[in-house]
Unconditional design. Structure first.
Length: 117
């Protein structure tokens, strides 16, 4: 996947996506975090995640986290407050796919009708 175009980069700086990240803490307990990441930071976020130990807060804002899986209350809050769609979650398997997702998000953000009339 090629790098983002100049206009895609500008839109990506203004587009934030909320990601559900799962992993383990240093003791091996399952953990999760919902992280708000700017679209232009998605590829570095995925590269860091693929490298092993990383801290999501270095790449975005952790809006919710905990042990195990998110419970119904947390899931409902993420859906209501951030528009997170658990049923429509997209798996981003690698940094290259992150560029594609960032470009698609930028295009969608750029095609929204202007309501500031």
């Amino acid at each position: 996947m090629s790098e983002l175009s100049r206009s895609e980069k500008i839109l990506a700086e203004k587009t934030v996506c909320v990601l559900l990240v799962r992993g383990e803490d240093p003791e091996g307990k399952a953990i999760f975090a919902y992280v708000g990441v700017r679209a232009d930071k998605l590829k570095p976020f995925m590269e860091a995640q693929a490298s092993g130990l990383f801290y999501p807060e270095e790449f975005g804002v952790v809006v919710e986290s905990g042990f195990g899986e998110p419970d119904a209350e947390v899931r409902a809050r993420m859906e209501k407050d951030y528009g997170f769609n658990h049923d429509g979650m997209l798996d981003i398997p690698n940094p290259e796919q992150a560029n594609k997702v960032a470009a698609e998000l930028s295009l969608k953000a750029g095609s929204k009708p202007d309501t500031d009339a």
